[in-house]
Design a protein around this ligand. Structure first.
Ligand code: SF4
Ligand code: SF4
Length: 299
C-alpha cells in the first residue's frame, strides 16, 4: 500500500569513505563538529517523524556521501522501523559499513539501494554483504554506474548475483551533467542486463508536467526545509512549522527535464509505480518487462 507521504531526507552529511572518480564527495572527510551537526539534525528529524508527522510514511535517506557507516543512522533506522505508522525505511548506500545492526530493525520494513563501485571494493566482498542482507531478509537492489570501462564487470556481477536480485544500471555522467552517449550496441548490451536501463539514459521532458513531488513526496534537509524534490531548490515550507502540511499541494514541474531515478519515478506519465510498486524507493521492480513484453514476477 502506498504511503500517504514519502520523505526524502538529506541532512548536512557530505563525507564518504570511497573515492569514486565521478563523485564530489569522494574521500571527503568531515570534522567532529560537522558530524555532530549531522547527528543532531537526524535525531531531530527522527523525533519529528515519530511524534509529529501524520499518516502512513515512507522515509528514504538519500545522503550526499555515505550515511550507513555512521551509527546515528543505524539508530534512526531502528527507531523508525519499529513505529507503526512507518511503512518503509530505505537508504542509498555503498554497503561498506557494518550490517549487524540491521538485525535490530523491523527487517520487513527496511530496504536498501546498494551501489557496487568496482573501483573501490571487491566483487567478492560486495557479494558477501548482499548474501548477509538476504540472510537478514532485507529487500535490496544492487546497482552499478554504466561506465564503459565497467561493462565487463557489470556482466560478471549480473551473473554472480542471485537471479532474484535486480541489478540496475545508471547512465554514466562524468561530472558535467550530461549522460554518456551510448552507442546502440552498448545500449543493447546494458539493456539485456537491466531492462529499465533505457528509462535511465533519458532526460525526461518534465516542464509543466504532473509530478507527485510536493504533494505526496517531499525532500527535507537537516534544517527541516521542505522542497518538492532534490532537483528544485525553491523551499516550500518547513516540517518544524506547525502548519507544515499546508506546503503539500499539487504543482507542475518547473524544470525542463528530469533525469534521475529518484525524481522521475514520481512522474505519473512514466508509469513507474506499476513497475516498482511498494519498493519504488529501493528500486526493486515487482515485475520485469522482457523484450517480448511478457511480464514475469521478479521475486
Ligand atoms: S560511494 Fe557514492 S558517495 Fe561515495 S564516493 Fe562513491 S559515488 Fe560518491
Ligand atoms: S519531474 Fe523531477 S525535477 Fe520535476 S518536480 Fe518531479 S522530481 Fe522534481
Amino acid at each position: 500500500m502506498a504511503a500517504d507521504l514519502t520523505i526524502l531526507y538529506r541532512g548536512p552529511l557530505s563525507s564518504c569513505n570511497y573515492a569514486c572518480e565521478y563523485c564530489p564527495f569522494a574521500k571527503h572527510h568531515e570534522t567532529a563538529a560537522e558530524l555532530a551537526t549531522d547527528r543532531r539534525a537526524l535525531e531531530r528529524f527522527t523525533d519529528w517523524v515519530l511524534n509529529d508527522a501524520v499518516g502512513k510514511l515512507a522515509i528514504f535517506f538519500t545522503p550526499w556521501g555515505e550515511a550507513l557507516t555512521r551509527r546515528w543512522y543505524h539508530d534512526a533506522f531502528r527507531r523508525l522501523s519499529h513505529a507503526d505508522h512507518i511503512q518503509r525505511v530505505v537508504a542509498q548506500t555503498n554497503l561498506s559499513g557494518p550490517l549487524d545492526w540491521l538485525r535490530d530493525t523491523r527487517t520487513d520494513r527496511v530496504a536498501l539501494w546498494c551501489t557496487y563501485h568496482p573501483s573501490e571494493t571487491s566483487r567478492t566482498g560486495f557479494l558477501t554483504r548482499c548474501k548477509q542482507l538476504q540472510d537478514f531478509g532485507i529487500q535490496h537492489s544492487v546497482g552499478m554506474v554504466g561506465r564503459p570501462q565497467d561493462f565487463d564487470e557489470i556482466t560478471v556481477m549480473r551473473a554472480e548475483l542471485p537471479p532474484e536480485t535486480y541489478l540496475w544500471i545508471n547512465a554514466y555522467d562524468s561530472g558535467d551533467g550530461t549522460k554518456f552517449p551510448y552507442s546502440p550496441t552498448e545500449r543493447n548490451r546494458l539493456t539485456e542486463i537491466d531492462p529499465y536501463f533505457p528509462t535511465n539514459i533519458v532526460d525526461h521532458p518534465s516542464l509543466g508536467r504532473d509530478c507527485r513531488t510536493g504533494r505526496s513526496v517531499i525532500s527535507v534537509d537537516g534544517d527541516g526545509t521542505i522542497r518538492r524534490c532534490h532537483f528544485v531548490r525553491t523551499p516550500i515550507g518547513n516540517i518544524y512549522d506547525p502548519d507544515w502540511q499546508s506546503a503539500l499541494t499539487s504543482r507542475p514541474c518547473p524544470n525542463n527535464t528530469c533525469g534521475c531515478h529518484i525524481g522521475y519515478v514520481h512522474m505519473p506519465e512514466l508509469g513507474q509505480e506499476a513497475i516498482y510498486g511498494d519498493e519504488i524507493l529501493a528500486r526493486i521492480p515487482q515485475t520485469r518487462v522482457l523484450e517480448d513484453s511478457t511480464a514475469i514476477p521478479n521475486r
